[in-house]
Every structure is written in structure tokens, then in C-alpha cells.
Design a protein around this ligand. Structure first.
Ligand code: SF4
Length: 384
């Protein structure tokens, strides 16, 4: 553990990089800055009308597809609020302007020498200035921690989160061996909720799991939930951990609250291979049923779809959820050894995904459960 709480330099460096954008409100061409953060590389969301476009500045990697490249970043873009489909010419132009700004200014981004990696894990207590992040449409996201000790092999965010650690000069540690604890998050949030209209708050969308084991020690997630519930916000927590049960009573006090479980398979041997640090599948099934029983809105995220018995999976999940979200493994070729080890060598292929996804959709439809394609669990309040 670190000596005492520290402020992350990544936030300061990103603010300097984006300074003209942060000062120009509204941003050029009628687009407004919706939010930005520096927790998984640099993420910037621009909004106009009912549409929000999110640009993610990731580590440079010529082997990966990207919307644009700069010497320091691959840039990927998606419409995070608004209709599905490709970006319009207008949206592309807005992001092009943002990329040009970064290209002009990124030379001043420091290359910070990294601390030497020590053995074991690193728990860093950090102080934050902001924790409630608007994402457009009256919605927010909130990460009580950054980094994740569960350390799933396939976690999409590992390289991006390491880029932020590089800005901090923090040691390069394998994913799953570090976590930043935002020790003052509840106190900061208490002030933020006075300035923002109540809305749905997703916790945590990707860079951490709000119920990793360290939550029992720090209770940052619980502290934030207490503030949100008292202020009339509507939290939706997403987790791989049955520990979320600790907060069911608190969540049940909210005007509306939701729990989403990430459950990518019904087979615990598969789980043990791909996400050995996460809770057993049976524990998640049980916690899901319990959340439903206490009246919370519930969803299951099947992402990445792993080898499974579809009929058995649907039977365990469908009675307890309002919606499910299904998605494929990102860069499955990296995990071929794991697919081989669990006896499903074609598990990473597009054909396997298409087959399994179709069977899941059919199975859930037969139970009247909606499959939702957007990366937005807040939709579970509108489902059914
Ligand atoms: S629980 Fe989520 S954030 Fe944590 S390692 Fe697994 S996929 Fe990544």
C-alpha cells in the first residue's frame, strides 16, 4: 500500500492536453464537452442535441484498427448516446477537430519515468477532484476505484489503464495486480450531487469492478451509493461479484436501482480458466436471483460470450432478468490456449459466436427477455 493518499498526475496531464477544449464552452461548431477522464488512456465525450460521441485515446498500436492515429495515441470513436449506426459526416468532423487539437499539443505531454515494479500487488490510495461523470442524456458514470484485482485474462481495459499509469509514472504491473482506491470519492460526490440533476448513474462501466474484494475494506462503493441514494439518483451497478449483496438493502432504498451481473458462461471450469479471480458462476446466479427477489431491476451481461450450455444458461438467468446484453470476445486469437484448455478450440471463432449468440437470443426471446445491443444498462429501467 502507498504511504498516504496521492493525487494522480494523469488527470493533470490530460487537462493540460485538452486545455483549449476545456476552456471553450461550448466547443467549436456547436458541440459541447460532455465529459472527459484519464483513467483508461484519455476519454472525451462531445455532445450536440441528443447525440454524444465518445473518443478514446488509447496506446499507439499500428496493428489495431483505429479511427485516427497520432504519434502518442490510437483514437477510437463511437456514438455513446443516440441512434445506432455509423458516425455522420458532422460527427466525424467534430472528432477530427478534437484529434487535430491533440496532435498539435501532445508533444508537450511528458514522458514520465516509471517507478520500479515491486513484487506483489499495489493498492494506491488516491484523492480525486471529480467522481460523477456526465455522459449525456441525464446519465452519469462513476468509478469508485480504478484498476481491478479480479484481473480477468481478457479484460479490454488493461492496456488503456496502463497508459494512464504511465502518465503517473506508476510502475508497470500486470493487470489484476494494482488498484487505485478513491478514498475521498464519497466526500467529493456529496458536493457534486448538489450541482447535478438526479439521473441514472452507472457504476462501474469498465475500468474496475465496484465489488472486488477490497471493497469490504474501504467501502468506497457503499459510501458513493449512500450519497447517490440520499440525493435521489438512480444507481445501476455492474459486477462479477456476489459481494454486491452487501448493498442490496441500500439499493432497495433508491427510487430506482439496478444490478447487472457479468456472467459469460454457465460452466465454472470455463470461468476458472478465463476469469480465475472472479466469483464462481453459481454464486453469481444465486446473487442474481436474490437481487430479483428483493425487487431490484436486474440485467445480465454476457460479454465476452464463452463456451456454455445455452439452454442451461438461459434457464438459470431468464426468470430473474429484465434484459441481457450479449457481445463477443475482443481479439479472441490471444486466448486460443484457453479455448483449447477448456475443450472448445473453436470458441473464439466468429462462427461459434454467431451460433451461440443466435441461440441465446432465441432462448431469451422465448422467455420474453429483451436482448439489448447498446452499451447502456440504464435501459433496464425501461425494459419489460
Ligand atoms: S472484473 Fe471487469 S474490470 Fe475487472 S478484470 Fe474482469 S473484466 Fe476487467
Amino acid at each position: 500500500m502507498t504511504d498516504g493518499p496521492v493525487k494522480r498526475a494523469a488527470e493533470r496531464h490530460a487537462a493540460e492536453l485538452l486545455a483549449p477544449l476545456l476552456a471553450a464552452r461550448p466547443a467549436p461548431d456547436g458541440w459541447r464537452l460532455v465529459s472527459w477522464d484519464a483513467e483508461q488512456g484519455i476519454t472525451v465525450s462531445l455532445g450536440r442535441g441528443d447525440v454524444v460521441v465518445t473518443a478514446e485515446f488509447e496506446p499507439p498500436d499500428p496493428s489495431q484498427r483505429a479511427f485516427a492515429r497520432t504519434p502518442r495515441f490510437n483514437v477510437n470513436v463511437r456514438r455513446s448516446v443516440g441512434p445506432e449506426g455509423p458516425l455522420t459526416a458532422d460527427e466525424r468532423r467534430a472528432v477530427d477537430q478534437l484529434v487535430s487539437l491533440v496532435r498539435r499539443r501532445e508533444r508537450s505531454l511528458p514522458v514520465v519515468p516509471r517507478a520500479e515494479a515491486r513484487r506483489g500487488s499495489e493498492v494506491r490510495e488516491v484523492l480525486v477532484d471529480r467522481v460523477l461523470m456526465p455522459e449525456g442524456g441525464g446519465r452519469y458514470y462513476l468509478n469508485p476505484y480504478a484498476g481491478c484485482m479480479i484481473g480477468c485474462a481478457f479484460c479490454y481495459v488493461a492496456d488503456r489503464a496502463d497508459l494512464s499509469r504511465a502518465f503517473d509514472g506508476a510502475a508497470a504491473l500486470p493487470w489484476g495486480r494494482w488498484v487505485d482506491v478513491k478514498v475521498n470519492a464519497p466526500a467529493v460526490l456529496r458536493e457534486e450531487v448538489k450541482r447535478h440533476a438526479p439521473g441514472v448513474v452507472r457504476m462501474s462501466p469498465i475500468v474496475t469492478d465496484p465489488y472486488q474484494s477490497i471493497e469490504r475494506r474501504y467501502r468506497v462503493t457503499r459510501g458513493c451509493l449512500e450519497v447517490l441514494v440520499d440525493a435521489g439518483f438512480e444507481p445501476v451497478v455492474l459486477t462479477r461479484e456476489a459481494r454486491v449483496r452487501d448493498d442490496y438493502a441500500l439499493l432497495a432504498r433508491a427510487r430506482r436501482a439496478g444490478v447487472g451481473f457479468s456472467i459469460p458462461t454457465d460452466d465454472d471450469a470455463v470461468r476458472a480458466a478465463f476469469e480465475p479471480g472472479a466469483d464462481p458462476i453459481e454464486a453469481r446466479f444465486e446473487a442474481l436471483a436474490e437481487a430479483h427477489a428483493v425487487g431490484l431491476a436486474t440485467a445480465v451481461v454476457i460479454q465476452p460470450v464463452l463456451p456454455m450450455n445455452v439452454a442451461r444458461f438461459v434457464a438459470r438467468v431468464a426468470p430473474y432478468v429484465r434484459l441481457v446484453r450479449i457481445d463477443r470476445m475482443y481479439r479472441p486469437e490471444r486466448w486460443q490456449g484457453l479455448y483449447d484448455a477448456v475443450g472448445c478450440p473453436d470458441g473464439g471463432t466468429e462462427a461459434f459466436y454467431a451460433r451461440t449468440e443466435a441461440a441465446l437470443r432465441e432462448g431469451f426471446a422465448a422467455h420474453g427477455v429483451r436482448c439489448h445491443d447498446l452499451d447502456d444498462l440504464a435501459a433496464l429501467f425501461e425494459a419489460r
